[in-house]
Design a protein. Structure first.
Length: 505
């Protein structure tokens, strides 16, 4: 949202601040490209060089933010007359500056080196099903992140400090309350579903599905949804993710010949992330107004497209003929059967990214519990596999047969991203709230999806979420879009209604 040219010229300190933060964000953007390369196409032997490169860039970005003139410029703007957009820029830069200024540069470099080395160790440990191979790296990262949190606020809950890295506008207390509400709703709902005698088409996608054809079909679905391949690309990676900015937003996914729905839903999920990134204003690239509003909002975009669109009955009426053309073995499948298969609640799914829409959040709560215990010193790294397995038995009635299918399945801890996991469930909660608001405002939203017209929904999201960048803090942005602050009511109503109807509860 660029500043109106007819407005009074901003103070010199603001213009200088904008220049500094644009340079800082350019280095951060370059770091992200190197990280994408490491996860997608870098040769296996490239880790030592990449470790040095990323550590150096991390040091440079820290210097640009902390050792330059940003602090003086922020001080000069304390009492300046600024537009609401300019005030938002100063607020966001100040938040980042205050945190960064409290952390020594050598610790920043050490964290960057540790995460680069941990990524390769995690990939190898996962491949070899050997948690002990990853454990020393995890222990090092836990200790480094405790130090990091202590520098920022030595008197605060260290996990709350780390959570604020990903969701600075919502308190950990609010996040915990929402997760508690989800657990209270979902555990009995899942138990009812498992006890029901509904005969869903759970075997609709059994068999073998060529992965090259899956990739071609994923590209077709992305084009159908409106993904701009002039500003993006689709690749494969160990763990699906999206990376980039409004000029270059790249998607990765993964394919399993026995699970075509997994690749489809993860591709649609990543499209949601990319659509948000590509919807940010071009003119504000490199500034907070051209950056996304934290991870809960980002995740709301991916979960909205994955679940409220990609798992809807209307979408399967549209998609099934295209799927049958790609995979003739599904020629006898009906849209209703495909819809049921896409929404079945699994009894034995151990993998978070392959989980159904309901049990997914129990996977999140388990990770939230473990990483909070790790950071707060209540759990030793060596005890993580046992704690993980016991929580899976308690929440899901499942015991992972291996660490590769258990505590080694996610990439996040190898990045040192403690505090990240809660944003997935917060994003799902927000997705339901946004979808409910869009459904009220778009005339027959289901019909537009059934007709393959995704522009009304895309435009609603661009208008209400994407174009604002970080102008608003999270609750204000949600209230601007939906009329009320973030809450779990829309989500609990949505899943209760949907799955009660699906399973005849």
């Amino acid at each position: 949202m660029a500043t109106d040219a007819t407005q009074t010229e901003p103070p010199a300190a603001y213009t200088e601040l904008l220049d500094e933060i644009t340079r800082y964000n350019a280095v951060e953007s370059a770091t992200e490209v190197l990280s994408w390369d490491q996860q997608v196409i870098m040769p296996e032997g490239g880790t030592p060089a990449r470790s040095t490169q990323l550590s150096t860039l991390s040091s440079i970005s820290h210097e640009l933010l902390v050792d330059g003139d940003v602090g003086k410029q922020l001080e000069a703007l304390d009492d300046a007359s600024l537009t609401p957009e300019q005030q938002a820029v100063v607020r966001e830069v100040r938040r980042k500056y205050v945190r960064a200024a409290r952390v020594p540069r050598d610790l920043i470099e050490e964290v960057s080196t540790a995460t680069t080395e941990a990524l390769g160790a995690w990939e190898s440990a996962r491949e070899h099903d050997d948690f002990a191979e990853f454990a020393p790296h995890l222990e090092r990262l836990v200790e480094l992140k405790r130090q990091y949190a202590a520098h920022i606020d030595p008197d605060a809950d260290p996990y709350a400090v780390l959570f604020a890295e990903y969701e600075p506008c919502l308190s950990l207390e609010k996040a915990t309350a929402i997760l508690d509400e989800l657990r209270e709703t979902l555990v009995p709902l899942i138990e009812e579903i498992r006890a029901s005698d509904a005969d869903l088409a759970t075997d609709a996608f059994e068999g073998t599905f060529d992965t090259d054809t899956q990739e071609s079909f994923s590209r077709e679905v992305l084009e159908l949804l409106g993904y701009d391949f002039d500003r993006g690309r689709l690749d494969t990676s160990t763990h699906p993710f999206t990376s980039g900015n409004q000029f270059d937003a790249r998607i990765t996914t993964r394919f399993d010949e026995h699970d075509p729905l997994g690749a489809l839903t993860s591709t649609i999920h990543e499209f949601g992330h990319a659509s948000y990134t590509l919807g940010l204003p071009d003119d504000d690239f490199g500034t907070p107004l051209g950056n996304h509003r934290d991870l809960s909002v980002h995740e709301s975009q991916s979960r909205l497209w994955e679940n409220h669109v990609g798992r809807s009955a209307a979408f399967w009426e549209l998609l099934l003929p295209k799927l049958q053309e790609a995979f003739p073995q599904t020629s006898n499948l009906s849209p209703r059967e495909a819809y049921e298969a896409a929404n079945q609640v699994h009894d034995e799914n151990l993998i978070r990214v392959e989980a159904d829409e309901l049990t997914y959040h129990l996977h999140i709560i388990i990770r939230f519990t473990i990483e909070r215990e790790l950071i707060n010193g209540d759990l030793a790294v060596d005890d993580v596999p046992d704690r993980w397995n016991r929580l899976y038995e308690e929440y899901l009635g499942l015991t992972p047969p291996s660490d590769a299918l258990g505590c080694l399945q996610d990439i996040h801890w190898s990045h040192g991203n403690f505090g990240y996991f809660p944003t997935y469930s917060l994003g799902s909660v927000l997705a339901a709230q946004l979808h409910a608001a869009a459904d009220r405002e778009i005339d027959d939203l289901d019909a537009t999806i059934r007709d393959g017209d995704f522009e009304p929904l895309g435009e609603w999201l661009r208008t209400n979420i994407h174009q604002h960048g970080r102008r608003y803090e999270t609750d204000a942005l949600v209230e601007h879009a939906t009329g009320e602050p973030l809450g779990a009511d829309a989500f609990t109503e949505y899943v209760t209604d949907k799955y009660s109807a699906l399973y005849n509860l």
